[in-house]
Design a binder for this molecule. Structure first.
Ligand SMILES: C[S@@+](CC[C@H](N)C(=O)[O-])C[C@H]1O[C@@H](n2cnc3c(N)ncnc32)[C@H](O)[C@@H]1O
Length: 285
């Protein structure tokens, strides 16, 4: 009887079927391991409303950002450089617009605050110093940041301002950034995401502009003006510029962001509301 039982097993499980059975067991085991790893990833629950898949670096929920921001600012002795009154200017706009697209030039002690004031929105930081990016993201992996290479130096600010009107590639008529190698004021090598999104708010608090070899904020100001003028969606682009007590920030803001668009001046911060360009004007202002 036993012998015939074995015979029957052998008959049902031919070498091909045994191979198939083995493969199935391996797949099931592998799948179980995969699911176990998936469940153990923070912020990636197995059963959620919309299966998000693996989260990209920086894709944390607004709640996570806010929880971490509370603990960070409650325990840190280092505070952001902007004063409370200056912060309140962008805070009020974020309160009305969030969730929105918020582009911030510079990573600093205020970054976690800006990201957590835009829960559910996109807050993206552009930072000149790759080491500083690593330092900040090590402690705050919730932030999304890209390194930006600037082609300018603060010492060139006057010359760039004199030269730009005679450079067709810098013209306000059809200004563009991506691939604009000829206009040094255009940030031409940003990650695609920066060009493909319409930014509702742009904060310019970097790059550094307090010594001759520093990049200066000329290209950030020019590029913010181009992004705002090229906006296709409804409404204006809110641009916040810090350190307007400095000559370069002041002159470049008046040239590209325009006095007529300035809606607030608090401390060292100017707030502009820039409408999309309706005509192909050769002038920014
Ligand atoms: C003028 S700071 C603005 C800082 C920001 N608003 C804040 O409250 O911290 C801008 C730039 O300074 C540099 N920076 C700021 N803090 C730094 C630090 N602790 N170490 C190195 N670089 C720093 C970064 O390149 C940054 O983009």
């Amino acid at each position: 009887m036993e012998k015939s039982g074995n015979m029957s097993i052998k008959r049902h499980f031919s070498p091909e079927k045994r191979w198939l059975l083995g493969t199935t067991v391996v797949c099931l085991f592998g799948g179980a391991l995969f699911l176990a790893a998936y469940v153990s990833i923070p912020e990636t629950p197995l059963f959620c409303k919309s299966m998000p898949g693996f989260l990209a670096k920086g894709s944390y929920s607004g709640e996570t950002l806010q929880r971490n921001a509370i603990v960070h600012y409650a325990t840190s002795r280092v505070v952001p450089q902007q004063s409370l009154d200056e912060i309140r200017v962008s805070f009020d706009v974020l309160k009305a617009k969030s969730p929105c697209n918020f582009l911030v030039f510079g990573l600093g002690h205020d970054s976690l605050m800006w990201a957590s004031l835009n829960p559910g929105g996109t807050t993206l930081f552009l930072e000149e110093d790759p080491k500083w990016v690593d330092t900040v993201l090590k402690d705050a992996p919730y932030l999304r940041a890209h390194t930006v290479k600037y082609r300018t130096k603060l010492s060139e600010a006057d010359d760039l301002l004199k030269q730009y009107p005679s450079q067709p590639e810098c013209s306000a008529e059809k200004p563009f950034l991506r691939g604009n190698t000829k206009c040094k004021l255009a940030l031409n090598m940003l990650p695609w995401e920066v060009y493909n999104k319409e930014w509702d708010l742009i904060m310019i608090d970097a790059p550094r502009g307090y010594f001759a070899e520093a990049p200066g904020r000329m290209a950030a100001i020019y590029s913010a003006a181009v992004m705002a003028r090229n906006r296709k969606g409804s409404g204006v682009t809110h641009v916040f510029l810090h350190d307007v007590d400095r000559k370069v920030e002041k002159v470049y803001a008046e040239t590209f962001l325009c006095r007529k668009n300035r809606v607030k001046s608090v401390g060292r911060l100017w707030h502009f509301e820039i409408p999309p360009a309706t005509d192909s004007s050769p002038q920014f202002c």
